[in-house]
Design a protein around this ligand. Structure first.
Ligand SMILES: Nc1nc2c(c(=O)[nH]1)N[C@H]1C(S)=C(S)[C@@H](COP(=O)(O)O)O[C@H]1N2
Ligand SMILES: [Mo]
Length: 259
């Protein structure tokens, strides 16, 4: 985390940058941005700007004046689609990130893997990887944005989470799908986002079985949310009305994120 944080624009006060940016926004966007917490992460997402590459605060602010309504709507409106990209736009190599280094990333054994489903669902059966892989899958190429100030475009293939929720008879009036990962990472996802058509149980990256770095055997890909709302190495999902917290959420990151 430290390693990447140091890549943020040097010598720029993030709070001031966010304030300056808000001033440049069209009215409706500004209101949404402010009501969602006016965070640096939301700013990055709104601009679609890779802060690592942009280098200067001016560059970032320049993007603000080119606001794309479709981009900002996707963040704040659960019915709007996140932008998609052509294969040629995929970032190579795609970055690894976690709260530890790649060497410490979990090794999950695909043969003994079971995806546990619990809480407000009709069918609490656990799923083998073979069963999961047999589900209908779609590919999408979208931008992943980390709150630490980098973004990258990736190609993810898997089953829309909303199809899976329907299959297991989830109570979609519940507030959250709460995910637990092999190494203990957790993250709650609000139900409107869980039901978003682009929210995906992901099994492949760039047409290959999801590598260990990106969350083998399964991650939840949420292109309308920041990177930390995209859990990797997912081993369990609970459908619940209880807010159970999450690894970064517990450290003060807004659970909506979006912002
Ligand atoms: N299990 C688990 N999932 C996680 C994390 C983690 O530390 N553990 N980090 C999150 C963060 S902050 C980011 S930016 C993305 C990085 O995903 P990537 O390695 O595919 O780029 O994973 C997210 N999901
Ligand atoms: Mo992140």
């Amino acid at each position: 985390m430290q390693r990447i944080r140091s890549l943020l624009i040097r010598g720029v006060d993030k709070t001031l940058l966010v304030k300056d940016a808000a001033k440049l926004m069209p009215d409706l966007t500004r209101r949404r941005f402010l009501s969602a917490g006016a965070s640096f992460g939301a700013l990055t997402m709104l601009t679609g700007c890779d802060v690592v590459d942009s280098g200067t605060a001016e560059d970032l602010l320049k993007h603000i004046s080119k606001f794309n309504d479709a981009v900002q709507a996707a963040i704040f409106n659960p019915d709007t689609l996140a932008p998609t990209f052509p294969e040629s736009a995929v970032t190579k190599p795609f970055p690894f990130n976690a709260y530890y280094s790649l060497d410490d990333a979990p090794y999950v054994d695909g043969d003994s893997y079971r995806f546990e489903v619990s809480g407000l669902v009709d069918n609490k059966k656990s799923w083998t990887l073979k069963e999961l892989h047999a589900l209908p899958q779609v590919k999408q190429i979208t931008r992943h944005i980390c709150v630490e100030g980098w973004s990258a475009i990736g190609s993810w293939t898997g089953t829309p989470l909303r199809d899976f929720l329907k299959l297991v008879g989830a109570d979609t009036r519940a507030k959250y799908c709460w995910f637990r990962c092999a190494e203990g990472y957790t993250s709650p996802l609000d139900m409107p986002t869980a039901l978003h058509p682009q929210t995906q149980m992901t099994f492949r990256f760039a047409d290959e079985i999801l590598p260990r770095a990106y969350g083998f055997p399964m991650k939840i890909r949420v292109p309308t949310k920041l990177g930390f709302k995209n859990p990797k190495y997912v081993v369990a999902m609970e459908v619940t009305n209880d807010y159970k917290g999450g690894y970064w959420e517990d450290q003060g990151y807004n659970s909506f994120s979006g912002s």
